[in-house]
Ligand binder design. Structure first.
Ligand code: ASP
Ligand code: MG
Length: 416
């Protein structure tokens, strides 16, 4: 069996769903088709959650109407219907809303935001069936079992393997299964999400559980490129990567694959293809354990929205020896994502993704250290670089911190 994953851009309209259908039709293997929310739906749902938080019932209703109308238009164009079940959730949440406090907010977020994938998959499955490709729709909140850390739920591997394998071995299962990416559920029936852009991770987990032959992520780019084509001219396709390089790229901020995707695949040596959905005949990029074609171009990766936090011991004690555990305990409890670390005798600097918990983390760290921080930064990573390239990239930029190894340069740069 194989796993295909289609992101939001690939199913943003009826044309996209038809294109997906053709790609599915052209395979003879058993398939799990993992689908994200259509187009920018997840962002729209995030705004709805904010509006709920503001207690603006009218606002919620009109935003929800618009989003539902978008899905109904696509479904109409395809001659199918959107499942009704979800509409009640949103309005129900609004009605139930009384002063959503922080803890309850994340729960509400997952209940609402997961609706995007529920809607997209219901349309895709209905259309596949309509055109004669018999497809079963899986409800991932019942199959991918997670803990209750809403917005970044941790998957319970044992429970999920069992559920997914059981569903797969259903004697009435047709060749094709359609599953929501990005969402799961707790034992007690609460929907959860795995973190933004988490659909790739879902695809990798299902592949791991079912010992898939391969995973293919269908994208709006030709494969993995050596730089973001929106930022650099003359990008080139990287035909082959090993798992290690792929993780490094994803961690550095390459948008093509979610960083969590690689591990479940590497563990079972399942190859990952990244291929263009508009030209499915092209080979794209393959990620596997031992590529035959080495990466021989410098690779540029930007990680945006960075914050550089510097902590200095107030009493001249050595930060590294005494406080590393304490500092990283705070960082981990506030769920900050660290992109770079640098230290001296009495200071330690960490670069993190900007997030809602930033201020809380800084407050906790300030209890013990003198803390300074800079926002509006980007982290540029250049892999496979040369001294000339480094010199060139430095020019005209305000660099707050740099880190060099033999083949990799990392610069924390102030956004201009
Ligand atoms: N729809 C979700 C998001 O936009 C998950 C995904 O696209 O992978 O974050
Ligand atoms: Mg998406």
């Amino acid at each position: 069996m194989r796993v295909f994953k289609f992101g939001g851009a690939s199913v943003k309209d009826a044309e996209g769903v038809k294109n997906l259908t053709e790609i599915v039709r052209q395979t003879t293997d058993d398939l799990v088709v993992v689908v994200s929310a259509m187009g920018k739906t997840t962002n729209a749902l995030e705004r709805i959650v904010e509006t709920i938080g503001q207690g603006d019932k009218r606002g919620v209703e009109s935003q929800w109407k618009e989003l539902l109308a978008y899905h109904e238009r696509v479904a109409d164009d395809l001659g199918v219907k959107v499942q009704e079940v979800v509409a009640d959730d949103v309005l129900g949440a609004v009605l139930a809303h009384r002063n959503v406090k922080d803890a309850a907010y994340d729960d509400l977020y997952d209940t609402i935001v997961s609706i995007g994938e529920l809607m997209s998959t219901s349309i895709v499955a209905a259309y596949l069936n309509k055109v004669g490709i018999s497809a079963q729709l899986w409800n991932m909140p019942e199959l991918l079992i997670t803990d209750g850390s809403f917005r970044e739920a941790v998957v319970n591997m044992q429970a999920s393997v069992q559920q997914v394998q059981h569903a797969w071995h259903d004697p009435y299962r047709p060749r094709v299964v359609v599953a929501q990416g990005f969402i799961g559920g707790t034992h007690t029936g609460h929907r959860t999400t795995l973190g933004r852009e988490g659909s790739d991770y879902t695809a990798a987990l299902i592949a791991n559980y079912l010992d898939a032959e391969s995973v293919t992520i269908w994208k709006d780019v030709p494969g993995i490129l050596n730089a973001d084509p929106r930022l650099e001219e003359n990008t080139v396709l990287i035909p082959e990567l090993n798992y290690f390089e792929a993780v490094e790229l994803a961690y550095s901020g390459a948008q093509v694959i979610h960083p969590k995707t690689i591990r479940p695949l590497e563990n079972k040596q399942i190859p990952l293809f990244v291929r263009p959905f508009m030209q499915p005949e092209l080979p794209g990029t393959i990620i596997k354990s031992a590529p035959t074609k080495p990466v021989n171009v410098p690779v540029y990766i930007w990680r945006k929205e960075q914050v550089l936090i510097t902590m200095r011991a107030k009493d001249f004690s050595f930060v590294l020896e005494d406080s590393l555990t304490h500092i990283f305990d705070i960082i981990s409890r506030c769920r900050l994502k660290v992109s770079l670390i640098q230290s001296s005798a009495v200071t330690i600097s960490v670069c993190v993704d900007n997030s809602r918990n930033l201020k809380k983390a800084i407050q906790l760290l300030s209890e013990q250290y003198a803390v300074t921080y800079n926002e509006h930064l980007s982290l540029l990573t250049i892999r496979g670089t040369t001294p000339e390239l480094i010199e060139h990239e430095r020019q005209g930029r305000r660099i707050l911190l740099s880190q060099l190894t033999r083949r990799t340069a990392k610069f924390v740069i102030a956004d201009s």
